[in-house]
Write a protein that binds this ligand. Sequence first.
Ligand SMILES: Cc1cc2nc3c(=O)[nH]c(=O)nc-3n(C[C@H](O)[C@H](O)[C@H](O)COP(=O)(O)OP(=O)(O)OC[C@H]3O[C@@H](n4cnc5c(N)ncnc54)[C@H](O)[C@@H]3O)c2cc1C
Ligand code: SF4
Ligand code: SF4
Ligand code: SF4
Length: 369
Amino acid sequence: MTESISKKEKDDVKTFKDLEKKVIQERLCCACGACVAYCESQSFDVIEIDGYTPKFKSKENEDNCTECGLCYYICPQSGTLEDLIAQDLDIQDELGHVNDIIAAKTTKEAIEKVGQDGGIVTTILYYLFEKNLIDAAVVSEHDEELHTIPKLIFDKEDLLKSAGTRYSISSQIIPLKDLYNIPLEIQEEKGIYDIDQMRVAFVGTPCQVKALRKMQYLSIKPAHVIKYVISLFCFENFDYSTLYGTIEKNKGIKPSEMKKTFIKKNFYIQKTDDEMIEIGIKDLDPAVRSHCKLCDDFTGRYSDISVGSTGAPEGYSVTITRNNTGQKLIDSLLSGNYIDQYIHPRDEESAWKEKRKEIFKKMISRKAK
Ligand SMILES: Cc1cc2nc3c(=O)[nH]c(=O)nc-3n(C[C@H](O)[C@H](O)[C@H](O)COP(=O)(O)OP(=O)(O)OC[C@H]3O[C@@H](n4cnc5c(N)ncnc54)[C@H](O)[C@@H]3O)c2cc1C
Ligand code: SF4
Ligand code: SF4
Ligand code: SF4
């Protein structure tokens, strides 16, 4: 009897092999990196990410798998734990819990120059570093060819390199695997004597934020160091090679010639010589990652603060605060003059906020289609 129970329990545990079968081979993997970051942080030496695909390191490494099942449970695409997390974060619908919605933009000139919209995300991180509320932040930098570089940074001086949006996957959870390998000189410089006491802010897409929340729900390392969770709005994401390959084929522009890209109904490229190029968003459909076509989160409902441009006046970002952590942060940025709030006539304010909710819900239902 005992034997058959333990066999059943063992059979019920899902492992990386199940992730391969149900998520990766079905092209549902969003390349967040959570499975690899967790497994590697435990030094199990089993899996790695090859480009955007997690896989066993080798046949021999496969034998190191302890069948703990955690990679499966924290995967944002495995469908596990969602009701429990929703309960925890008071999420009642696809929009998630909304404390407040405002539009705002940075007051910092250097950030305004490089920020994607209102430069709010970079300004939040700047404030957190300046007030010594974090020791590090997970951001996405890029090289000259616009390849994304998910990275743990330790200094506000490094923030400008990550400002702006790159429309291809950046595996934002991966840098957490290196938490216990932070160079000694950085630890000494920051006065970090116990890595487990580190305070880190995280920036990522809604699917990545979901993975992180699953890790936090299960109280597993290395997500325990994340103190602030910022989600970007996200309608879809693109495969790097197909996206830039299509643009080069249709318009003859290489990634290295792009100063900024943004989506406003269509895809726009501001070239390094400031010429603006428009590409029909439908033309880029083949480059959209397949998991994005099934995604129902547009605003990042699992975050502390969500930031996007949809529904914002020109040059501003919209922020949705979800809880006390997010609200306190935005209030401090406003009162400390780090950001300027978009002012609408007083009697229009609540109508404006209701209208944003409607817009976001419409975007979510468009996604679901
Ligand atoms: C793939 C993608 C799709 C998006 N789609 C929409 C959309 O449909 N509607 C909408 O309103 N907003 C969308 N956004 C968000 C929008 O582009 C801005 O990031 C957001 O408005 C914040 O602007 P900001 O000026 O405050 O950010 P900034 O201050 O410029 O900071 C941007 C932050 O984004 C991070 N980042 C950049 N590229 C990536 C990436 N590929 N993955 C993870 N993090 C990254 C950087 O680390 C930086 O911290 C999308 C973002 C991404 C990455
Ligand atoms: S050891 Fe655990 S986390 Fe690593 S691959 Fe195996 S089941 Fe997944
Ligand atoms: S955890 Fe992330 S990277 Fe790993 S299989 Fe799931 S979606 Fe892919
Ligand atoms: S559309 Fe959804 S699945 Fe795709 S990158 Fe954005 S949040 Fe992730």
